[in-house]
Design a protein around this ligand. Structure first.
Ligand SMILES: [Zn+2]
Length: 818
């Protein structure tokens, strides 16, 4: 039976109307009423039991998010939970959880992130019911209503839901783009979930190296809530990574989704769910916790794995990896011993080490050269990241210069005397030189494999594959030399051919990685001058350099005899200079690769209806500054009275404190500017502004701890996304997060402070208390993010060209001394 997971209806239902957390517009749409959504499952189910619940979750907790301490308070976020099980199943049966979120980030329709996830989940639910397959164990679908507000929906589920203790495995589906293959980014604890994935995935896309780098990537998913922060459940984190240009932008629309990707993900998920539900290792977390099963049954470490062109998975345990990944280093030492056995072991070893050092030098130059050229180009250009909308530019600029770096040491190599004496060894200098270079290069990848192993990382597989693939290539080369001579084309080909599976893998993985990184450079932040301007180009240049070294390096010992000529170096250098010049003619952005701009209408208020100041604040999230934006968006510049002599230095500076409403994203900004704006339009739209009231002004004692009860009125704001409190002073306790204070933050150069984000429907006031341990004043700075703009701000937003994605909102800010 052909299974069609690409159901545009499902995704459309979740991406056609904005899903605003605070206003519940999503749930209020009749088409999306939970009972309607799941009608198919209810009506058709003959053999399965289908239970559907709408849960409103509330809670409060502290977390470390992207290295920042933050407290979160939330109320009445909506989760929809559906459980499909056999008719005779019990409530306590171990189950498999599938989690995907239906909320979308600020200003984004969220078709990819994560309408696509919800579409996949609905389709799988329909398929389970329609196909008549009765899951051996219950499958729970968590349609999570608040992920973008820092994983509140999953927290609410794990803290309150009656089925949370029955979950024995989970799959978190996410999107950091609009498609491509869905990569298994995290798995654990233990190797069981990745084992299930390797067995079940029909189009596997996984690399254990991803788990090495995930902790340093600025992003987080619900995976941490289920398997780390609020549970120890074995699970998988499966993410769409390509198409990152549109991630969290207004361009994340249904027409940009890739049907083939969603189809592949659906087939993968359905198969993985089946395997999980049938697995004898599936135990409910309740049983696992109460009997200590985790310690015994899952007493193994993360495995080493990777897909090969999504055709199949290579998978082995860490114990096997420890043995396997040690082999290349022993081969390296053994071969130097074998070569030196007849005369001098140390002389042979020295020659091999010379080959090692030359390859290490070449690999380093392969990174340094493109970085140097990227910086050189920016000396002559007023725009960075020209490759952003045209990734091939990065390849034509940086691959040739990287090759130059790889080849330079090979030219020097010919002048280097060998330690082995030709007259004693009785082998020609050419042969000894080839051997030293080959085994030196082999040793380089062998030692890298060992470094990975010793450091406990899981990505050593790639270096292992490279080094081990060089052995058949060398054998084939040696045999061919005997038949066809050292310099024949056949001999060269006999070396290259056995390496092709490994080099093709390097190109496949490297191509995916470089495309991913190039797309993400649009949102890495605007780093401060003078170096910030160079950083994205230098990062992409060094990445292309590393990957070129990896893809071409193993060929060097033999092919450099042909390639290491001055004429070829000259050609590569000319080509590099030419492509650097050509790339300057390309504009960095396009509708298909928009520049991200954050536009905040900042309204400083006092009391319930007084406006102190109104400004338009702007920030960008990449290295082309606002000056670049105003130069290329003349209508915006005209509206803001930005003239040709405008400079960032002379403009009004928008401080980090002004961006409190989007903490901690505001740490990505530098060089933000603001323009004063009219106050009157605001009063036309809003009668009352957010205001904090002290409820017990007289109950405070003069000395010692004092507790201040507060009530937060949100005024006449209509579509509040979040409210952020920044509290400074002698705070010793509060009513949030089970009376636990988070770590402090220093924000915008101010004193150490506590930051709390509140979210949820804003139709009622927030009440809470703060406790101070002395009589010094507590200061509360309040920032309320309203998704609506007043008329003129909305008009200004509309003036931006279509290669710009504008995230625009109003921020109401006020301060209180308690
Ligand atoms: Zn998401």
């Amino acid at each position: 039976m052909a299974i069609v997971f690409w159901s545009s209806h499902d995704v459309f239902a979740f991406s056609s109307s904005p899903r605003l957390i605070a206003t519940r517009r999503f749930i209020n749409s009749p088409k999306l009423e939970p009972s309607n959504m799941f009608e198919c499952c209810r009506k058709r189910s003959m053999v399965d039991k289908v239970e559907i619940q709408e849960n409103n979750v509330s809670g409060s907790f502290n977390m470390l998010f992207l290295g920042h301490n933050i407290a979160l308070g939330y109320r009445n976020h909506t989760n929809i939970v559906m459980r499909i099980s056999s008719v005779d199943s019990k409530d306590s049966d171990p189950s498999v959880l599938i989690n995907g979120h239906f909320d979308s980030p600020l200003g984004s329709p969220g078709a990819g992130d994560c309408g696509s996830c919800v579409g996949s989940m609905l389709e799988i639910a329909r398929l389970i019911v329609d196909s008549g397959w009765v899951p051996y164990r219950p499958v729970i679908f968590l349609f999570n209503g608040a992920e973008e507000l820092f994983m509140l929906g999953s927290h609410g589920f794990m803290k309150t839901h009656k089925w949370r203790d029955t979950i024995g495995a989970f799959i978190n589906v996410e999107a950091s783009g609009t498609g491509g293959l869905d990569l298994l980014c995290q798995s654990g604890p233990t190797s069981w979930p990745s084992d299930v994935y390797a067995e079940a995935a029909i189009y596997p896309m996984a690399n254990s190296a991803a788990q090495d780098v995930f902790p340093v990537i600025p992003g987080d998913t619900d995976y941490r809530i289920f398997s780390e922060d609020y549970g120890n459940i074995p699970g998988l984190d499966i993410i769409f990574l390509l198409g990152g240009y549109f991630y969290h932008t207004s361009y994340d629309t249904i027409d940009r989704l890739i049907p083939g990707s969603i189809q592949a993900r659906g087939e993968n998920l359905f198969s993985i769910i089946k395997t999980f539900t049938n697995s004898s290792k599936l135990k409910s977390t309740y049983i696992t916790n109460s009997s200590g099963v985790t310690a015994n049954a899952f007493n193994d470490e993360r495995a080493v794995f990777s897909d090969y062109f999504s055709w199949f998975m290579m998978f082995y345990s860490r114990r096997v990896a420890t043995i396997l990944h040690s082999i290349p280093v022993f081969v390296f030492l053994f071969m130097s011993f074998m070569r030196g056995r007849s005369h001098s072991w140390s002389a042979a070893f020295f020659d091999f080490m010379k080959g090692f050092l030359f390859h290490a030098f070449g690999t380093t130059l392969a990174i340094v050269m493109p970085v140097a050229f990227s910086i050189l180009r920016l000396q002559f250009s007023t725009q960075a990241m020209n490759w952003f909308a045209h990734p091939c530019l990065a390849f034509v600029m940086f691959i040739p210069s990287s090759l130059v770096g790889l080849l330079i040491p090979r030219i020097i190599w010919r002048q280097i005397p060998l330690s082995q004496d030709v007259s004693i060894v009785k082998i020609s200098k050419q042969v000894l030189s080839d051997e030293a270079m080959f085994w030196g290069t082999f040793g380089f990848y062998a030692i890298l494999t060992s470094v990975y192993l010793v450091s406990g990382l899981s990505g050593g597989f790639m270096m292992f594959f490279t080094s081990i693939s060089m052995l058949p290539a060398w054998i084939s080369f040696c045999l061919s030399v005997k038949s066809f001579g050292r310099l024949s084309l056949r001999t060269i080909m006999s070396y290259i051919l056995p390496l092709i599976p490994c080099l093709a893998y390097a190109v496949y993985f490297g191509g995916f990685l470089s495309q991913f990184v190039i797309e993400k450079m649009g949102m890495m932040g605007s780093l401060p001058p003078p170096y910030g301007y160079y950083v994205p180009d230098a990062i992409v240049a060094s990445l292309v350099g590393i990957l070129t070294g990896w893809c071409v390096g193993p060929l060097m010992p033999i092919c450099s005899g042909w390639l290491g000529r001055l004429s070829i170096l000259q050609f590569l250098l000319h080509f590099t200079v030419f492509s650097l010049a050509i790339s300057c003619q390309f504009f960095p952005y396009a509708t298909s690769a928009p520049k991200r701009v954050v536009f905040q209408h900042t309204i400083h208020t006092a009391g319930s209806s007084q406006i102190m100041e109104s400004t338009y604040d702007f920030s960008v999230t990449d290295s082309n500054s606002l000056l670049f934006l105003f130069q290329h968006a003349p209508e915006v510049a005209k509206e803001l009275n930005v003239t040709s002599d405008f400079s960032i230095e002379s403009a009004l500076v928008s401080q980090r404190q002004d961006w409190m409403a989007i903490f901690p994203v505001s740490f990505l900004f530098s060089n933000s500017v603001k323009f004063s704006a009219n106050k009157d339009d605001i009063l036309k739209q809003y009668e009352f502004f957010p205001n904090l009231f002290v409820q017990n002004p007289y109950s405070n004692s003069e000395n010692g701890p004092r507790r201040v009860h507060l009530e937060l009125h949100l005024g006449s704001l209509e579509e509040i996304w979040v409210t952020v409190l920044n509290i400074t002073g002698p705070l010793s306790n509060w009513s949030f997060a089970d009376n636990v204070l988070p770590g402090t933050e220093t924000y915008g150069g101010g004193p150490r402070s506590y930051i709390c984000r509140l979210s949820g429907p804003s139709d009622s006031n927030w009440t809470f208390w703060l406790e101070a341990n002395n009589s010094e004043a507590l200061r509360v700075d309040l920032a309320v993010l309203e998704q609506k703009l007043v008329g003129p701000a909305n008009r200004l937003k509309g003036l931006f060209p279509d290669w710009v994605d504008v995230t625009a909102y109003s921020s109401f800010m006020s301060s209180y001394i308690l």
